[in-house]
Design a protein around this ligand. Structure first.
Ligand code: 1CP
Length: 362
């Protein structure tokens, strides 16, 4: 039978790889086998990445288009994944807002943003001026890649939490204190983050990224009502801006979202990324038939034995099938980023298992 193809949607990125299983799955079209890629697939667990990082620091890698391009390609060459994700970081737009970031390797910001004067001083960054190297890396990659390229950004709440904390956090107490004590100031900060992040993501898709992913990694620390007030509207604002620019699939990853998944369904994405703390079949039922899902193997499973990895892959593939037994709209992935101590052979095993176990079972 001829492969089903999807006509290029109006406004689609030029030359979009519409015949790819990854893009078809995002749009809930039939696939030849379940597509798979790995969150944080380019990075610390790969020896070829470590070799490059011995010669160049992390920010130089992100800001040099040739290096970012090479690192993006490394896992695609090695693993045969169905999509590439640009090598960059969710905090790269911050210097454009006026806050420098150091990676040690955990991010540390030059200052925390807590007062009205701090928020007032932040600029809304135009990514064409502040991150031209990102758009250049996207253009280089489009010449090299045979699989679709995912552009990404941090969702406004997640980015704002780094600004408020001045780095990573375990409790997010400064963030919550600001949200609860000065909600108007928090909203003002979130608007600035949303417009900066939107510019970053829109310019990536304009440069040629064929999908756009928004990482709301930390929004799960909020109670459902606060998620609805401080995270969802701003993520939606970014995804709507992307939708106006190009008809690319939009993937929204919300960490620890099991408590408010129905709310996430309204974010304006085609695909919802799931963490591993929820059952994928149940998550699909809660999200409804219109959305595709991405996920959701526990990254720590890759530290375990090969036969167990294969079994868990089979279970997730089975769970993701609809009541009619069809595997429409599933992009296989981990439930969060690959852990640095993962053996590359186990990442390979995952990719091969997904392809093998899903082949010929549309
Ligand atoms: O030493 C090094 O090489 C730096 C480590 C590193 C790397 C490889 C950081 C610092 N960022 C990255 C790259 C990165 N970050 C990518 C590139 C693509 C890929 O690796 O495949 C992506 C998609 C991200 C996204 C990112 N950065 C997120 C969202 C996704 C997620 O995993 O939740 C978050 C929360 C960050 C912040 C960040 N940057 C770096 C670190 C160590 C962290 C997390 C720190 C924390 O816990 O707060």
């Amino acid at each position: 039978l001829p492969e089903p193809t999807i006509a290029a949607a109006p406004g689609a990125a030029p030359g979009a790889v519409f015949e790819s299983d990854f893009l078809r799955a995002c749009f809930r079209r039939p696939v030849t086998r379940t597509p798979v890629w790995i969150m944080r697939q380019a990075g610390r667990y790969l020896p070829e990445y470590r070799a490059l990082r011995e010669r160049h620091d992390f920010l130089t890698c992100c800001r040099t288009p040739e290096l970012a391009c090479e690192i993006t390609l490394q896992p695609v060459r090695r693993l045969g994944v169905d999509a590439a994700i640009l090598f960059s970081d969710i905090l790269l737009p911050l210097p454009g807002m006026g806050v420098e970031v150091a990676f040690e390797p955990a991010p540390r910001l030059a200052r925390a943003v807590r007062s009205a004067a701090d928020v007032d001083a932040l600029r809304v960054a135009d990514a064409r001026e502040t991150q031209p190297f990102v758009q250049e890396a996207v253009r280089l990659l489009r010449c090299e890649l045979k699989v679709p390229l995912i552009g990404f950004a941090g969702a406004p709440f997640t980015v704002a939490s780094y600004l408020i904390e001045g780095g990573g956090s375990r409790t997010f107490s400064a963030t919550k204190q600001l949200l609860f004590s000065e909600p108007a100031l928090a909203h003002w900060l979130l608007v600035k983050c949303a417009d900066t992040v939107a510019s970053s993501l829109v310019e990536q898709v304009r440069a040629g990224a064929q999908a756009a992913m928004l990482f709301d990694t930390w929004s799960g620390v909020l109670a459902p009502e606060e998620y609805r007030e401080f995270a969802l509207p701003y993520a939606r604002r970014v995804l709507e801006a992307v939708g106006r620019a190009r008809a690319v699939p939009r993937i929204y990853y919300a960490g620890e979202s099991a408590g408010h998944l129905e709310v996430c369904a309204g974010v304006g994405a085609e695909v919802i990324g799931l963490d591993w703390r929820q059952d994928i079949g149940e998550a699909r039922r809660r999200l409804g038939p219109a959305l595709a899902v991405q996920g959701n193997l526990d990254p720590a499973e890759l530290l375990g034995p090969p036969d167990r990895i294969r079994r868990r892959v089979a279970e997730i593939l089975g769970g993701a099938r609809g009541p009619d037994g069809r595997a429409l709209g599933h992009v296989f992935n981990l439930g969060h980023g690959v852990l640095p101590d993962t053996k590359p052979e186990h990442a390979q095993l995952l990719v091969d298992a997904v392809h093998e176990l899903s082949a010929g079972r549309p």
